[in-house]
Unconditional design. Sequence first.
Length: 297
Amino acid sequence: MKVPDNLSLIQDLVDQIEENLGDEVNIPLLARQFDLSPWHFQRLFKSLIGDTLGGYIRGRRLTKAAQLLLDSEMGVIDVAFSTGFNSHEAFTRSFKAYFQKSPKVFRKDRPSVLLDEKPLLTMELFDHLAKGMQQQPEIKVQSAQTIIGFSVKIPSPFNSNENYCDLLYSPWKSLLAKETAFSDRTPGTYYGMTVSPSGEFVEETLDYIAGIPVEDADKRPSEMMTYTFPEQLVAMFEVFAGTEDSLAKTVDYVYGYWLPNSLYTRGNGNDYELFENVTNFEDANLMSKYVLPIVKK
């Protein structure tokens, strides 16, 4: 069976799951519908997605439950039953383990950012997993590094669907015009990152920084800003940077699938996009690395 057929098979499965989140999932029955053994069926899903079928279903149910708690007036027990949980206790236990808050506290606090939510699988995300990024990251201790760069305010992607890609042109243009003035920079290396002033990503606007690593940040012009990364353990995912939404799909995969199934939790600090050995940003085969701080569970 060719990969595109497999992806189509998985999409059919996802559609069934999404339409029946409140129903009990019978994996042997599903496998027979797709003419596969239960073992092959589950192995195929995990090999394509990087997540177990059970983990995906549980995550989608809890993500749907979180949305209902925030967007409806349904009681907690009604939310539990509508998303496939057979008791208030089982739902509360699973919800708290997943989102680190009980359903009641979650509804009261109304968090605007849910890094643990399980995004819906689509053919576009499947294609990205197959062609646009590596599923298994490089794990390494990254040395402390100081960058200098230019920043711009952008609408928070967590609170708005507003397209901000055009806003990123200005800081990158300014950076590329100034970089040759710094003899202590690392040639061909660039950082792109979104910073939350509070560290919680709850603001309506965030700061996007385009920067270069330098040895001595004190020499920077006054219009440039400084950011320092501490030495930290990181996971680095190689990403094809040729499309505007490749980074967004990578973030969906990292937080929705890889991190919950890994040996790590997210560490303190900011995620960032790292470009290395760049000679031309217009290169159709340009690659980057999506980097996030991690700690062992």
